[in-house]
Write a protein that binds this ligand. Sequence first.
Ligand code: ADP
Ligand code: TRP
Length: 324
Amino acid sequence: MKILSGIQPTGRFHWGNYFGAIRQYIALQGHEQSFYFIADLHALTTIREPDVLRQNVKDAALDLLALGLDPKQATLFRQSDVPETTELTWLLMTITQMHLLEKCVAFKDKKAKGIAADAGLFTYPVLMAADILLYDSTTVPVGADQIQHVEVTRDLAQRFNTMYGETLHLPEAYVLDDSAKVPGTDGEKMSKSYNNTIPIFETPKKLRKIIMSIKTDSTAMESPKNPETCSVFELYRLFATPEAQKTLAERYRAGGMGYGEAKETLYQAAIVHLGEAFDRRTQLETSPDVVEDILREGAHRARAKAQEVLERVRSACGLLSKPV
Ligand code: ADP
Ligand code: TRP
């Protein structure tokens, strides 16, 4: 399998990102090709402050490495370090029919939310198609909301091949299991857009405060409680073994345990589960050069493949295979 996926550096990663995506990327590393990149070019469609973008890219790299992305088993790079991406985007744009992009739900949603509908946002799926096709990727792990973009990618590859002969490989989406939607502090789906996130890397003190703020119902301390309808329990499930889950569920049902105690149990479980990654991140923060070297080395490896594919594409559509 030739795996490729990108993640946008639009803010600090949260528990939803970890359980819904990052943990699964990490589980998939070590294949014939495991390419993961920080999609800073895509993020430019929504982040307009250069310092924020720079900081977010650094944080994203630190988070991914601390969580277990291993540069020996996977290639981690910044999207913008591979200029072949934007060239392929143009070449694909010349064969992209407008209606293909007009029907993209992500674009329509963002527009409805008031994000400026500029050409970058509109052509976002073509940039994503270039990301994917540039490495002959076979397998693209994505959340459900991105499946349509992988379909667009396949359509574009197919159209290119029909026009110019077999050149591009058709990828498949590998749908990440985000079915267990991680709830946020208000009980809704955890998302940056809803201001209800629990960041993966937070100081213990702040983390505790956020966990204590999770919304619960007003069942009295002594009364029995239903774990199945409680966000605290739902979050605890992500960290705890089946036996530990059973123990806490029984305490809910027995009554006599307040939500404060359940939250404390969740806090302790999170600290244990993420403690090692937290220490690794703290360590990595002190060596920014190491992180930068990993990204550079990653870009170097990614570009070698990108150049090979781009030469094929240039030549297929009538350009010199390499610029003079
Ligand atoms: P956000 O909603 O915070 O902007 P993104 O849309 O950038 O998050 O999500 C990046 C990845 O994290 C996606 O692949 C998505 O499937 C996953 N993800 C985000 N939030 C959740 C959640 N609450 N539960 C499960 N997966 C999630
Ligand atoms: N659009 C994806 C997202 O918002 C990120 C992304 C960019 C991506 N390029 C990609 C994902 C290529 C998979 C493959 O989540």
